[in-house]
Write a protein of this length. Structure first.
Ligand code: ARG
Length: 401
């Protein structure tokens, strides 16, 4: 079933289809498309476009369409996109009545609505997974409040800290990540349906009610903006990239802490990999993949922003390319965040090794300078005295009592 073609004589080229069709990936929006269509059927029935019976027939048929998962892409070239797929299936079930569903609607407001619904679920999923990782880090911190270790700046031993302080640094980062996802959800919580192709719908649709039925806080206000706005997509992608960047940061620390050289901690067997050649190896692949995924996420984010910049209002087909980076990043987050959680839970901390490293001359230097300063020596002078003593190997002869 074609959604357009009345003014065309020939068939579309195979190359046009290969480039233009999006069903291979936008089938991911299937559940949201069915949900949006059911809400639209009710909304236009209230305007008198459908009789109550017709509405009931369409809604029941849409529900049954929604039961069966859409076909996998290589099996079919029959559908242009998920919207035409749903309408075709509806047509198979109820015939020409299916054609009334698209009254007053465009795929432009439809896809914007589907994507926002999808993004909201994706952002809520991210929130749940990040909150759970944060709880894991809080538990780890609670268990290691007395665990002294060297703190680093510039990868050089700086001052003693506890492993709990390290855990809680990531708790702070994840707390900001959560607030970014919440902000994005809040700002994106507007329903575009009823914006039509760009100029609104001719039907007196109750858009407040439509928005509420679909779980949005309110309808969008400007139809031109509503069909072209992808801010929510960019914000989701940024929040996800920032989270992955924090996890990459964490991965980098743990790769060092679990290295043969530092040996402050050991990876759980279930979260490490071996080598096909070197029997002794226990590799931090999970951490390295988290770090690698952060790099790719930055590419996805800049890719999307580049697609969006400078598009003429309103809908342009460039916007079809907004989806795959979002789908990919959701899958990455759903895997990486809990994997890091499992790794942290199982991480074995070598407390003695950490404590021993935390008592080196390097690490007490600053507190020696502080103690001299407490006796009334200007801090600049105290700094100089301690620096010289370190160089001369006489640090412990200093009177810091
Ligand atoms: N598959 C399209 C997309 O993802 C749906 C919107 C099509 N609209 C249009 N005017 N061709 O953006």
């Amino acid at each position: 079933m074609k959604m357009w073609g009345g003014r065309f004589e020939g068939e579309p080229s195979k190359l046009l289809r290969a480039l233009n069709d999006s069903f291979a990936f936008d089938r991911e929006l299937f559940a949201e498309d069915v949900q949006g269509s059911i809400a639209w059927a009710h909304a236009i029935a209230e305007c008198g476009v459908l009789t109550p019976d017709e509405c009931e027939t369409i809604v029941q048929a849409l529900k049954s369409v929604g039961q069966a998962p859409p076909p996998v892409p290589q099996d079919t070239q029959d559908y242009e996109d998920v919207h035409s797929y749903v309408e075709s299936k509806l047509y198979e079930l109820i015939g020409p009545l299916a054609g009334k569903l698209h009254t007053g609607r465009s795929r432009n407001d439809q896809v914007a609505t589907d994507l926002k619904l999808w993004l909201k679920h994706a952002a809520q999923e991210a929130v749940a997974k990040i909150a759970s990782l944060r709880a894991t880090l809080e538990r780890k911190a609670a268990a290691e409040t007395e665990t002294k270790m060297p703190g680093y700046t510039h990868s050089k031993q700086a001052e003693p800290i506890t492993f709990a302080l390290w855990c809680r640094a990531y708790v702070e980062m994840l707390t900001r990540d959560l607030s970014r996802f919440h902000d994005a959800i809040e700002r994106g919580d507007e329903c575009p349906l009823g914006s039509g192709a760009l100029a609104g719908t001719p039907l007196p649709v109750n858009r407040e009610k439509l928005a509420n039925v679909l779980g949005f806080a309110r309808p969008t206000r400007n139809s031109l903006d509503a069909v072209s706005d992808r801010d929510f997509a960019a914000e989701y992608l940024f929040a996800a990239t920032m989270t992955l960047s924090h996890l990459s940061h964490l991965a980098e620390d743990l790769i060092f802490y679990t290295s043969d050289e530092a040996a402050y901690a050991e990876l759980p067997d279930s979260m490490a990999t071996g080598s096909s050649r070197m029997p002794q190896k226990k590799n931090p692949d999970v951490l390295e993949l988290a770090r690698g995924h952060a790099g790719r996420a930055i590419g996805e984010l800049t890719g999307l922003l580049s697609v969006l910049k400078g598009l003429p209002l309103a809908y342009d087909k460039d916007l079809q390319l907004d989806k795959e980076p979002l789908f990919r990043i959701r899958a990455v987050l759903a895997l990486v965040v809990p994997a890091i959680g499992e790794l942290i839970s199982g991480l074995r901390i070598h407390r003695e090794k950490m404590a021993e490293a935390a008592t080196s001359d390097q690490l007490v230097a600053t507190s020696y300078a502080d103690r001299l300063a407490a006796k009334g020596i200007p801090f600049r002078e105290a700094h100089e005295i301690v620096g010289k003593a370190i160089k001369a190997g006489t640090l412990h002869e200093l009177d810091v009592k």
